[in-house]
Design a protein around this ligand. Structure first.
Ligand SMILES: C[S@@+](CC[C@H](N)C(=O)[O-])C[C@H]1O[C@@H](n2cnc3c(N)ncnc32)[C@H](O)[C@@H]1O
Length: 367
């Protein structure tokens, strides 16, 4: 090959190098643009979220509330009365720092004291994982203290017949079982098979084997009309927007929209109507959510009172933590050293249904 050939080859090579130089930045620019667009989309969702709740709570309160919601969720331990906890002290090395929550719950629960670091930021602290005693029963359950308060509100008596209409993963059911005696009973219901499986595992871990006081069901709670006036107490811990959880999960947060609250509130109303249908006259229903949206809290209760066929009255009580709402009580983390969110309303059934409920009875699917 002559000189002309190698010149042309060198030219081609030079052109290739130039082309590849100009391509690379173009590619990374496209990536950059996509990243910017993605961030803008996320910001737009966050702004819509923030505006929605700012309207509800007002600018000043929302600023403190959102900051508290972004902090790691605070937990307490609920000691399991079915477990042998004699060696508890040895197993909880930080025991001296444990704060008993006896001022607002009547079963043994403890929190870790909040400790601020030098820069004013709260130290994130965790409990060691629970352990089994020699009979295989787990010693404590880790949950939000607000959840224990919601079952406190049910005022459970040892012999009560209790229904937990939306029960998985089971923290509140375990809390109910701490209060029930030998002749009480608890029916737990959970629609999702996977979550029902988890619920059974929790019962296996925390309760005596083959506990005949428990019945596990897998029905759609919105259609729970086959057991009218059968229970002394009904807990409805309803599926909800769970905003604090969303703020800690980027993927879930992207699903948020005001429509979600509307959808949830419609389902919650159906569940609440079924719950009050199942409780006996004079019995209590506790309606609870971990949502901060009044559309999913007080407004559901208000609609049920106005439109439901079962007469109820709101039981007004004051609790050592949290704040009153029109029909209930709410525990929000900015005013309760990090607990919550947890809303609950206590309803007492005052009479029989105003007219026959024309609900299609569902076949009980005990499993
Ligand atoms: C807030 S969680 C309950 C948490 C539980 N009480 C606890 O303390 O661990 C709500 C549960 O309701 C269930 N659920 C949703 N729709 C339901 C329905 N129509 N009937 C029964 N359960 C339902 C969800 O799968 C979810 O497990």
């Amino acid at each position: 090959m002559g000189e002309g050939g190698s010149d042309r080859r060198a030219e081609r090579l030079a052109r290739k190098i130039e082309a590849s130089k100009s391509k690379k930045p173009a590619k990374s620019k496209a990536k950059e643009k996509a990243a910017v667009r993605e961030q803008e989309r996320r910001d737009a969702i966050f702004n819509a979220f923030s505006n929605f709740y700012e309207q509800e709570y007002g600018h000043e309160r929302w600023q403190t509330l959102i900051e508290a919601l972004k902090k790691p969720v605070r937990h307490c331990i609920m000691v399991n009365k079915y477990s042998n906890t004699d060696d508890f002290k040895e197993r909880l090395p930080m025991l001296p720092e444990l704060v008993p929550l006896s001022s607002f719950v009547s079963i043994p629960c403890f929190a870790l004291a909040n400790i601020e670091k030098e820069d004013g930021v709260q130290e994130e602290r965790r409990f060691p994982p629970p352990q089994k005693d020699r009979f295989g029963i787990t010693d404590y359950y880790i949950l939000d203290a607000g959840s224990v308060l919601a079952t406190e509100a049910l005022d459970i008596q040892p012999d009560d017949r209790v229904l937990d209409l939306c029960a998985a993963p089971g923290g509140k059911s375990i809390s109910i079982m701490q209060r029930l005696g030998e002749y009480g009973s608890l029916t737990v219901n959970e629609l999702s098979p996977d979550r029902r499986r988890r619920l059974r595992q929790v019962f296996d871990g925390y309760l005596p084997p083959k506990d005949e006081r428990i019945t596990v069901m897998g029905k759609d709670g919105t259609k729970w009309y086959s057991e009218p006036e059968q229970y002394d107490k009904v807990l409805l811990d309803a599926p909800c927007s769970s905003e604090r959880h969303l703020l800690h999960d980027d993927k879930e947060f992207e699903q948020w929209s005001p429509k979600r609250t509307v959808y949830n509130s419609e389902r919650q109303l159906k569940l609440l109507k079924a719950a009050v249908h199942s409780v006996c006259v004079g019995g209590l229903v506790v309606y609870g959510t971990c949502s901060i949206s009044s559309a999913e809290n007080d407004k559901v209760v208000s609609k049920m009172i106005r439109k439901g066929k079962v007469p109820v009255e709101v039981v007004k009580k004051t609790w050592p933590i949290g704040e009153r709402t029109k029909y209930g009580w709410i525990i929000l983390p900015d005013r309760t050293e990090g607990w919550g969110p947890l809303y609950f309303s206590i309803l007492r059934r005052t009479g029989v249904s105003k007219q026959d409920d024309n609900h299609k009875e569902e076949e009980d699917q005990e499993d």
